[in-house]
Write a protein that binds this ligand. Sequence first.
Ligand SMILES: [Zn+2]
Length: 352
Amino acid sequence: MKIGLQNQQHSTERLRHLYIIALSAIAILAILGQVLIQYSLIQQSSDARVINYAGRQRYLSLKLTMAVCGLLIPSDPIDRDSRIREVRTTLNAVVYEHYGLLYGDAALGLPGGNSPAVMQLLNSVEPNFQAIKDAVTNMLDRIDRDDASFLKTSASVLSPYVDIVLAQEEGFATTMDKTVAQYQHEAEGRVTRLRLIEVVLCSLTLCTLLLEGRFIFHPAISRLRRSMSALVQAEKQVAAHAEEVERKNNELELAFDEAMIAHRKVMPHARVISLGHYQVQGSRGNYYDVESRNVNGITVLECKCPMYKRNMICSHSLAAASLHSALLRQPRNFSQSPNNFRSPDIRRERGS
Ligand SMILES: [Zn+2]
């Protein structure tokens, strides 16, 4: 019983440990999934910015080319100063964002850390970029110098710079186009990888739940079922036992009643000498003296017959005991005529 209880406690403790482990595993998987999702959201917004700035390089290089060409066209609807301002701001933007893409820039939200494939493309576009940058910078320097001398730089002076820009722009735009495609390809790869990881995490979570069901819930429910049926069985046993006890009690009562009736039938004739001193008739008609004695606070009726001497009990002492207890219950009857007193049982016995 004790070993069974210990086993059950041990098994409960084991289930509790397993349950904690399973819950922890699910919690870890959920946290891991959430971390991955948050990281990927940040990564995706960063990817979007990178792709956007890489695409802007194409647009800015075109804008710069158009702006420098505009300076050569006399019929340009935009006035010269605005064109020069446009060239300057566009050049600054191209250069600033180009280095941002290469090395990262917190203000633009560009992370840098490009893949080798992207770095190879950016390095291959570097000669075009440097040529455009140098040509436009030199052109602006020349215009600034001429402006300082209140001279308008002629188209023939500007056209070599514009030629360089026109020659390099095509290569620059094409390579930047490839760079955008490469960035996009890498971003899509990251999304695919993330999707795969999410599927793996989800599968692991489901597996954990499945194992939890198999190794925790199933045994726990089986144990509960067994305990319930054992309880029901025990209750049935207790009820059966109680029924048995009651039946035996009834039998005992019946036996006791029968014994009492038998005892009364064979009760011999008794005489009262005084309270505590009786004479009871034996089977041969002779009378035996029976006297009450106090032994350790208990009243004992002692008979002088050999049977009593041997067994400390005899039919005379039993008859005297019932007479004695009857007298104690009816002291008034006794005080009136002690010698003639007969207990109801004895009177009946005499009459029969
Ligand atoms: Zn006796």
